[in-house]
Design a protein around this ligand. Structure first.
Ligand code: TQI
Ligand code: CA
Ligand code: ZN
Ligand code: ZN
Length: 171
């Protein structure tokens, strides 16, 4: 069953901007652009939300890749340093101003466009954007917001029902 962070953690507007601040060397730029666009589309399809890409300034959803040296803090811009290869792949912040909505990817992981070695960036991004939109984890193993990575083909992925319900919680 899906869960949300609770409270008024939702965007007060339907038109959100996003910006890709930097790129991972694991993939080509167009593959990164495409993965991020597809991942946002998963959510745009089932909500009134629109995502507009911007190339400078501050977007609602700032997307970046960063690595951290173990034991150093605030290195990639927040108090949640990454942990080198393995462990955490990425994290995202629930809706709010400032860091809210932002999604950070651990550059020490290997991301891929559509192969099953490494993590499919589309899947990880779609999961993180779920957090960016205010969803927490689901205990339904079929859900996108289930906290275990599973390979899925980005071309045939459809958002599982549990996640669709999660983004439309009962009043
Ligand atoms: N990062 C965790 C995640 O996004 C961060 C996290 C842990 C978290 N507990 C949380 C975020 C509670 C919000 C609320 O879930 S992760 C997966 C998955 C991660 C995991 O690196 O472990 C994906 C990132 F689902 F595959 F396990 C992306 Cl897709
Ligand atoms: Ca890591
Ligand atoms: Zn971060
Ligand atoms: Zn998660």
């Amino acid at each position: 069953r899906f869960s949300t962070f609770g409270g008024e953690l939702k965007w007060p507007k339907n038109s959100l901007t996003y910006r890709i601040e930097n790129y991972t060397p694991d993939m080509s730029r167009s593959e990164v652009d495409n993965s991020i666009e597809k991942a946002l589309n998963v959510w745009a399809k089932v909500t009134p939300l629109k995502f507009n890409k911007i190339y400078s300034g501050t977007a609602d959803i700032m997307i970046s890749f960063g690595g951290d040296v173990r034991g150093h803090f605030i290195s990639h811009g927040d108090y949640y340093p990454f942990d080198g290869p393995g462990g955490t792949l990425a994290h995202a912040f629930a809706p709010s101003s400032g860091i809210g909505g932002d999604a950070h990817f651990d550059e020490d992981e290997r991301f891929t466009f559509r192969s099953n070695s490494g993590y499919v960036l589309f899947m990880v991004a779609a999961h993180e954007f779920g957090h960016s939109l205010g969803l927490s984890h689901s205990d339904d193993p079929g859900a996108l917001m289930y906290p275990t990575y599973s390979y899925r083909n980005p071309d045939t992925f459809v958002l599982p029902h549990d996640d669709v319900k999660g983004i439309h919680p009962p009043p």
